[in-house]
Design a protein around this ligand. Structure first.
Ligand code: AQP
Length: 332
């Protein structure tokens, strides 16, 4: 089977609807056809300020949500990035073939460093894409399903793989990004022109996977719409309603026009109630499974350890080959 690699940062207690619709649902569907590696990228999460005990809790919670959403740890390799030492080690090697100017062109760094300010903009944030390249290349990955925002990082990964292969001999599969359609992008309910994000300033417009259903309903009922009163998809003029339609369609498996027809001539109140039912119907069972898994952290940790061992085996092979090719002296 071809290899697939993807991951998410444990940067909040819960994943949000965008992570679920834009990533987890695809992962779940792809895991049959691919030899899939899904990582909770805790080393990446260290590039934002975090509290140690909270990071640990968020890492477990993120893993539990992967499983609750349908990632099968017996079928896919679901592990915590820091459990596989090769990620940090390969990052160093790749950083020695990454141009400073090349890294400096990454738009996510520009955006995030602006947001974080001088004090929190670290060298780690700058080398984030090199760590991401190491994540992907360690597993001889064929495809990387990511959002549009990560496309530039996968391009860099490809460049680094090709550069290494031609300079030192072939050690890496050159991966390909599989970009989700624009329709899979979910926006903030209060601010429907910015993407829904774990690190939004206010969570009033963020639908958390682990939210209590009553809260989910409240957030949907208060979502920003417009004064037209018609349930109609028009991203430019009706970003709020269009976003709600996209969420409705994604979680119900129905097409947008069919939903528009159903709510033709009815108000936003009805439409939002219908949407709340759909969201709660989908997130409710996921939430319950995740909370049940978190009730037994020892069992969750055992599963993560077993999966990390599987990941290490593949990663160590690539790393040993890389060390050899660049001329590091083999340990006797
Ligand atoms: N709003 C979104 N719509 C569709 N897909 C989304 N993803 C994130 N937000 C949306 C996808 O989820 C995966 C998780 O990526 P991540 O944890 O590395 O963080 P991110 O992409 O930066 O997402 P967040 O939630 O906004 O996290 P923070 O706040 O920590 O930076 C990716 O596949 C992404 O495309």
């Amino acid at each position: 089977k071809p290899r697939l690699y993807s991951g998410m940062q444990p940067s909040a207690d819960s994943l949000q609807a965008g992570n679920y619709i834009g990533a987890l649902v695809q992962w779940r569907d792809l895991q049959q056809a691919y030899d899939a590696f899904f990582s909770v990228v805790d080393l990446h999460a260290l590039t934002q300020p975090s509290i140690p005990d909270e990071l640990r809790a968020k890492t477990r919670r993120t893993a539990a949500q992967y499983i609750a959403a349908g990632i099968e740890p017996s079928q896919s390799t679901l592990y915590v990035q820091s459990h596989v030492a090769a990620h940090a080690e390969l990052t160093w090697i790749l950083s020695t073939i990454t141009g400073f100017g090349e890294a400096n062109r990454m738009t996510q760094f520009k955006d995030k460093s602006q947001r974080y300010g001088n004090e929190n903009t670290t060298v780690g944030l700058f080398t984030y894409p090199v760590l991401m390249a190491a994540d992907i290349l360690l597993y001889q990955t064929d495809i990387v399903p990511v959002g549009e925002d990560q496309k530039q990082h996968v391009e860099l990964t490809r460049d680094l793989a090709e550069r290494f292969n031609s300079r030192y001999g072939t050690a890496f599969t050159v991966p390909r990004a599989v970009i989700q359609k624009e329709t899979a992008r979910i926006y903030d309910l209060q601010n429907p022109t910015s993407k829904m994000s774990k690190s939004a300033e206010s969570d009033a417009g963020v639908l958390w996977l682990l939210d209590d259903p009553a809260i989910t309903k409240k957030k949907i009922m208060r979502a920003v719409t417009d004064s037209e009163g018609a349930v109609r998809f028009d991203r430019e003029n009706k970003p709020g309603v269009s976003n709600l339609l996209v969420i409705y369609a994604a979680l119900s498996g129905r097409q947008v026009p069919a939903i528009e027809d159903e709510y033709a001539g009815r108000g936003y109140g009805d439409f939002k109630k219908g949407l709340a039912d759909v969201v709660i119907g989908e997130f409710g069972p996921v939430r319950e499974r995740a909370l049940a898994l978190l009730d037994d952290p020892a069992e969750l940790d055992r599963m993560l350890a077993a999966n990390a061992a599987r990941a290490s085996e593949v990663a160590e092979r690539t790393l040993a080959d890389v060390y050899d090719k660049v001329g590091l002296l083999r340990r006797a």
